[in-house]
Design a binder for this molecule. Structure first.
Ligand code: NAD
Length: 474
């Protein structure tokens, strides 16, 4: 591997305050009972800021502000709402370098991903839904589609600002108002987004941000004046929320976990497939709900493919997220690192063969080397459970039927990948895969115009595209 000189992005492009309050009714304030929590840089364990932890009364205030704002906001002509969304999109573009550095600091993801993937997609989502705001009557939901009301939205830590965009852009375009709770390990970009809303002169109360842990999320989704709940996170919490919401008039969408199969047939271009496999599981440290965490490779090319995959993995650079050469950054939290470590140990103890390239991990912070397991069978826990880290389980198959059966043998159904030269095989296999998104000869491609969502324990409802409007219309 070539030695590269360090190429760090400047940290000085973002100004992080020592403490942050909640964003309610267009202004920041401390929580009612003064509780705070710390958010750390997972690459160094340095405390970045103290953030208010919202209690029930704070959530009440935020929901009340969203309720007051709902009447006037939903009464605006779509073209007027669109202007605010376009303004937000443009401000995000203008501030994208600052926001990318902030996201890498708080989340641990490599700057080349926050800069080249997260931020452009965040802006694209606001541009895309801005375009829908004045065309809702032509979207196929009847001549006068109406918003639902106040949306309570809870998001995870893996793509903090992007998940916020997926939630807030369609909600606002359709005339709803929102209270959003970011994840407790990555609250900062949502608070900076609050500032973007102020800059865009969005009317107070249309967007409210309440920070805090799971209990804050629980108050929000259970609040009697919330009409729509949108959740992205683990299947376990998703189940709890579904139980809390059932029997109420609330509308619910759930975007949950995954254990995607990435299927490589013997006629696939191996080098291209290897790039797709690497992107599928090591992008964002594998903290990706639709990660290609199960590689299914046709037996006749398995040896050849594994040689190429290992060679490619040996070139991955693990380290400082702000270095522009870094491919794999820090694991988001100590808790997530423990989970990845434990599941990987279980993989080895159950008899799968573990391999990682040689790599030196930094002394401080939370790190995990890119890892593959070969000799994995369907019975292994690493083949069934979501690891949510840079760990790939490799299984083999002989026939397309076996590939499909193995791919579908999971409680999840979020995404899948197919690698083959044959177009007819792509269509035939895609048709049989029980997954919300199927990529062919590519992986982890996102576009605001295409819907995203799961089957089975991966949740229900779609985000993105015209489908994404439906979740926010009465
Ligand atoms: P998590 O479920 O622990 O937390 C997600 C959010 O829910 C956080 O903001 C958390 O504070 C909040 N929360 C926790 N308990 C709650 C409760 N009882 N009521 C309301 N809110 C509560 O998940 P995580 O560890 O942050 O994220 C990882 C998970 O998210 C993975 O399983 C991943 O697959 C999934 N995910 C799915 C998608 C998708 O689109 N399908 C996208 C990204 C992540």
């Amino acid at each position: 591997m070539f030695e590269y000189a360090p190429a760090p992005e400047s940290r000085s492009v973002v100004d992080i305050a020592g403490s942050y309050g909640l964003f309610i009714d267009g202004a920041f304030d401390g929580g009612k009972d003064g509780n705070v929590f710390k958010t750390v840089n997972p690459a160094t364990e340095e405390v970045l800021a103290e953030v208010a932890a919202a209690g029930p009364e704070d959530v009440d205030r935020a929901v009340a502000a969203a309720r007051r704002a709902f009447g006037p906001w939903s009464a605006l002509p779509g073209a007027e709402r669109a202007k605010y969304l376009f303004r937000i999109a443009r401000i995000i573009q203008e501030r994208s370098r600052e926001l990318a550095v902030l996201e890498s600091l708080d989340n641990g993801k490599p700057i080349k991903e926050s800069r080249d993937v997260d931020l452009p997609l965040v802006a694209a989502h606001f541009f895309y839904y801005a375009g829908w705001a004045d065309k809702l009557a032509y979207a196929g939901f009847g001549p006068d589609p109406r918003p639902i009301g106040v949306a309570g939205q809870v998001i995870p830590w893996n793509f903090p600002l992007l998940m916020l965009a997926w939630k807030i852009a369609p909600a606002l375009a359709t005339g709803n108002t929102v209270v959003l709770k970011p994840a407790e390990t990555t609250p900062l970009s949502a608070l900076f987004f609050a500032d973007v809303c102020r800059q865009a002169e969005l009317p107070p109360g249309v967007v409210n941000i309440v920070t805090g842990a799971g209990d804050t999320g629980a108050y929000l989704v259970q609040h009697p004046d919330v009409n729509k709940v949108a959740f992205t996170g683990s299947t376990e919490v998703g189940r709890e929320i579904a139980r809390a919401v059932s029997g109420t008039a609330k509308r619910l969408t759930l975007e949950l976990g995954g254990k995607a199969a990435n299927i490589v047939f013997d006629d696939a271009p191996i080098d291209q497939a290897v790039e797709g496999i690497v992107n599928g599981i090591f992008f964002n440290q594998g903290h990706v709900c639709c990660a290609g965490s199960r590689l299914l490779v046709q037996e006749s090319v398995a040896d050849e493919l594994l040689v190429s995959l290992k060679r490619r993995m040996a070139t991955l650079r693990v380290g400082d997220p702000l270095d522009k050469n870094t491919d794999i950054g820090a694991i988001n939290s100590a808790a997530q690192l423990t989970r990845i470590t434990e599941l990987s140990e279980i993989g080895a103890s159950e008899g799968a063969e573990r391999w990682s390239p040689e790599c030196t991990l930094p002394d401080r912070g939370f790190w995990f080397a890119p890892t593959i397991f070969t000799g994995v069978t369907q019975a292994h826990r690493i083949a069934r459970e979501e690891i949510f880290g840079p760990v790939l389980s490799v299984l083999t198959f002989r026939t397309p039927e076996e590939a499909v059966a193995k791919a579908n043998n999971t409680p999840y159904g979020l995404s899948a990948g197919i690698w083959t030269e044959k177009g007819s095989r792509i269509l035939a296999v895609a048709d049989k895969l029980r997954a919300g998104v199927v990529w062919a000869n590519t992986f982890n491609k996102f576009d605001p115009a295409s819907p995203f969502g799961g089957y089975k324990e991966s949740g229900y409802g779609r985000e993105g595209g015209r489908h994404g409007l439906e979740a926010y219309l009465a």
